[in-house]
Design a protein around this ligand. Structure first.
Ligand code: COA
Length: 465
């Protein structure tokens, strides 16, 4: 007697699935074997891997007035480390943040003006920008229903990218790349991102997590940070201190030079003459990567792995042992990376991490997150020595902004799925400023070269292969 009566139909399906799996494995092997280079060839042909020079500095790809990411000085060709500086249109972000805190003002809108128009706004200019962002905030009629509700997506970054692409269809003048038209599109995108993000999350929550969904309308007079907190929370309420901390995150993530992966991608697509929605959607896709914006999600996963794997969080030697396991790919996501550490430009410090850590600690005490902040502080202190020992070389490794941003979002009750999307919401200002700069000043399609390495093969007719 048969134990289970599997219908013939299902058995066939199982066999077909197994055969399919096997052929995928075989093709994967073939793919892997045809995608190999001798590592020495990269040096032989002077390939700038990762578009980097041999000392790790980025290949110079353009000029920009938008931002300066300053992490070292070159002294007779030698890199000398310095404390990192982030400068938006000539204004040091640390000063900008200090000014906003001193006057108890929200800073993100000021940043948007500064990044787009090149100087700090007057009171009247700031008020007019707030008005225009409030005016543009409303999504096109039917957009939430047709583009978000009807097409739930597990990953909010993918949903942001597809929503931005979809906005093309609702724009009466989408392909016009005149500065005036791109400015209009940019302001609309900046204003609309929070709503698109929150709606995408709510739909994901309902469809995939089977939880209630709520769609709150934003308030005209609210800042970007307040809009996010109000529309994201079921009871629409938030403390002023929470909104100011989120605003700080938005300011610190608004821009980071032309060479960061997503901005470079946005500039590259812009250089081909493509439309705003295509260029920005590409940038969002790049930001999703765990080596870029996606690192803030990875830090939280790593933090939880450390919490579970280390008995006494206050004991540096135990934390260090676990970090060694991460680097040796024996723990965490087995990538060998300690997320939230290291930076392509910053050496001694990432100013964003310094500012965020300092300001977040105040709220952490009140919200009961002190122990976790101390654990991240231990990661920051202990990692440089571990990486120096394992990787060799004398490159300084500092904490980057992502080490602390994920925990700040958790403390603000922001779901982990929105860690990277919030980065995208903030970075829209920087992407748009760079796109406009590329259109106005670039003038030439970006087109690097790849050395072809394949040896000639004779064409063989299909019947003879
Ligand atoms: N954990 C483990 N190894 C790291 C590391 C980290 N956080 N940061 C750098 N390294 C390694 C690199 O993998 C590289 O090793 P390899 O020579 O065996 O390939 C070596 O140290 C030197 O890398 P470096 O030149 O300093 O880094 P990069 O400029 O190529 O990359 C980052 C910069 C940010 C991508 C890299 O530091 C990283 O992956 N960090 C973790 C992810 C992260 O936090 N990203 C957010 C960036 S804001």
């Amino acid at each position: 007697m048969k134990m289970f009566n599997i219908p013939m139909h299902n058995q066939e399906m199982t066999e077909a699935a197994a055969a399919h799996e096997k052929s995928l494995e075989q093709l994967t092997e073939q793919l892997t074997s045809c995608n190999v280079f001798d590592p020495e060839d990269f040096q032989r042909y002077h390939v700038k891997r990762g578009l980097r020079n041999s000392d790790g500095t980025g290949v110079l790809a353009g000029l920009t007035n938008v931002c300066n990411v300053h992490g070292y000085v070159l002294d007779e060709g030698e890199k000398s480390p310095i404390d990192g500086q982030l400068v938006y249109r000539g204004v040091d972000v640390t000063e900008l943040v200090r000014g906003c805190i001193a006057e108890n003002r929200f800073g993100y809108e000021e940043c948007v003006w500064l990044l787009l128009f090149g100087s700090l706004p007057t009171r009247a200019q700031l008020d007019s920008l707030r008005d225009v962002l409030a005016y543009y905030r409303e999504l096109p009629e039917g957009f939430i229903e047709d583009m978000i509700l009807r097409a739930p997506c597990k990953d909010i970054m993918n949903k942001l990218a597809s929503s931005v692409l979809a906005l093309y269809a609702y724009d009466e003048n989408p392909d016009d790349t005149s500065i005036k038209n791109v400015l209009r599109q940019s302001l609309q995108l900046i204003a609309r991102m929070p709503q698109i993000m929150v709606a995408s999350y709510q739909v994901k929550r309902r469809y995939f997590d089977h939880k209630s969904m709520y769609v709150h309308s934003p308030k005209q007079e609210h800042s970007m940070a307040e809009t996010i907190l109000r529309t994201m929370r079921s009871n629409k309420s938030f403390e002023e201190e929470e909104a100011h901390l989120l605003d700080l995150c938005l300011v610190l993530h608004a821009e980071h030079g032309g060479g960061n992966n997503s901005t470079f991608v946005t500039r590259a697509v812009s250089s081909s003459g493509s439309d705003t929605y295509s260029a920005i959607a590409a940038g969002i896709g790049a930001l999703k990567g765990p080596k870029h914006g996606g690192a803030n999600l990875k830090v939280i996963e790593m933090l939880h792995a450390i919490e579970e794997g280390v008995d006494n969080w206050e004991d540096d030697s135990q934390v260090k042992d676990f970090l060694y396991k991460l680097v040796s790919k024996e723990a965490g996501d087995r990538s060998g990376l300690i997320y939230g550490m290291g930076h392509a430009v910053y050496t001694k410090s990432d100013p964003r991490a310094v500012i965020l850590k300092e300001n977040a600690m105040k709220l952490a005490g009140r919200k009961g997150y002190e122990a976790q902040f101390r654990l991240l502080d231990a990661v920051e202190r202990l990692t440089p020595e571990i990486l120096a020992e394992r990787k060799g070389g004398d490159k300084l490794i500092c904490a980057n902004v992502d080490l602390y941003s994920g925990l700040v979002y958790e403390m603000l009750g922001i779901p982990v799925e929105l860690n990277t999307p919030i980065f995208a919401v903030a970075r829209m200002a920087g992407w748009c400023a760079h796109r406009i700069e590329e259109i106005a000043t670039g003038g030439r399609i970006m087109r690097p070269a790849y050395k072809a390495m394949s040896s000639p093969k004779a064409y063989v007719p299909l019947s003879e292969r």
